[in-house]
Design a protein around this ligand. Structure first.
Ligand code: ACO
Length: 330
């Protein structure tokens, strides 16, 4: 028995933030942002929306497209670094309730931008072990809740949104998730960090005054590690599965920076016509980035059943991962 990606769905909030909007907020320019990152717009959730609201909308679409009854879902795994609540309940439990699903295993995972690939790996293991038949995986983020809009080095990068997928059992290897690789290195834990309000630095007025509850990033150091790690990661997964870059229909990298995507694609020998690119439109949506990108290309009619996809991601932790799979959606 194999696991397969049966459907994809996404939700994009309605409020668009253009680069010109940031020119009014911080010392930056459209030219700098486009040249250094490729980002032109990003979408921001309404103040009344929490991560579970975005996740719910994406999950509804994925469930509909998989033509599966919600009660058939055995497990819900939500990847997020911006959960609705600090400790509990998990965002996955809140989503389960919104979907009317009772009794399914539901939990969150924290692997920053790598969250969706980590969730895919968990779902694959559940299905291949025979423990579950249908798993809903979600990558959802309200990054605007941890971004300091006075910090020009981070604020321009991130957007909100959600993506979801149904992972089901199949006996057809040509429709299956072939391999998922996940890894981490905590030595670089301070490259991407929100220093409070966890158990190390509890929430206090001092912490808020020092803006320690906002995301901080060592952008340049992260950039260099990202290019090397992402490239090695895809080389390894292709080699171990005896697959060449030319066999890949779509390369779907984490959408953090156009320059990173371009550098890795070039090293891989992948031409731009086979690279899914949404960073210009959505910015970096962390765990939601890959499923939102997949959904965009699916809705454009570009990603079709039976095509071979290569996912590649990198994020805070540091964490990274890649996946090789045939798309099994209709
Ligand atoms: N507008 C204008 N100038 C800026 C801005 C801005 N928005 N941001 C930074 N600068 C300035 C800096 O202050 C610096 O000025 P200085 O030379 O006077 O000190 C200069 O631009 C260069 O800064 P760098 O940080 O070296 O710029 P770089 O080319 O590295 O681009 C960026 C920064 C876009 C953040 C890039 O490093 C990057 O994309 N890093 C990787 C991000 C990533 O992959 N994150 C992982 C996933 S995210 C997650 O897990 C949640």
């Amino acid at each position: 028995m194999y696991a397969s990606l049966r459907s994809i769905g996404a939700y994009i909030p309605s409020k668009k933030l253009e680069n010109a909007d940031f020119e009014k907020m911080v010392d930056t320019s459209d030219e700098w942002i486009v040249q250094r990152t490729g980002i032109k717009t990003r979408y921001i959730a309404d103040a009344s929306q929490a991560t579970s609201d975005l996740a719910y909308e994406a999950a509804k679409i994925a469930i509909e497209r998989a033509r599966i009854a919600p009660e058939k879902i055995d497990a819900i795994v939500c990847a997020t670094i911006t959960p609705d609540y600090f400790c509990m309940p998990s965002t996955a439990c809140v989503v389960a309730d919104k979907l009317g699903i009772k009794g399914a295993m539901a939990f969150d995972i924290s692997a920053a931008c790598s969250g969706f690939v980590y969730a895919l790996s968990i779902a694959k293991s559940f299905i291949e072990s025979g423990m579950h038949q249908n798993v809903l995986i979600i990558g959802a983020e309200k990054m605007s809740s941890i971004v300091d809009y006075e910090d020009r080095t981070t604020s321009i990068l991130f957007g909100d949104g959600a993506g979801a997928a149904i992972i089901t059992a199949t006996d057809d290897k040509k429709r299956a998730i072939l391999d998922v690789k996940t890894a981490s290195d905590g030595e670089y834990q301070d490259f991407l960090i929100t220093e409070a309000c966890g158990s190390r630095n509890g929430c206090s007025q001092e912490v808020l005054d020092k803006k320690m509850h906002f995301l901080k990033m060592k952008g340049n150091e992260t950039f260099k590690l990202a290019v090397n790690t992402l490239t090695q990661d895809v080389f390894d997964i292709l080699q171990e599965n005896h697959i060449c870059a030319e066999d890949i229909d779509w390369f779907v990298p984490h959408q953090a920076n156009y320059r990173i995507i371009n550098a890795v694609s070039k090293k891989l020998g992948m031409s731009e016509e086979h690279v899914v690119l949404t960073v210009g439109e959505y910015g970096n949506t962390s765990a939601a980035s890959i499923p939102m990108a997949l959904n965009r290309w699916y809705e454009k009619g570009e990603i079709k059943k039976g095509q071979l996809l290569l996912l590649d991601t990198f994020g805070g932790g540091l964490t990274w991962g890649s996946a090789l799979l045939y798309f099994n959606g209709d």
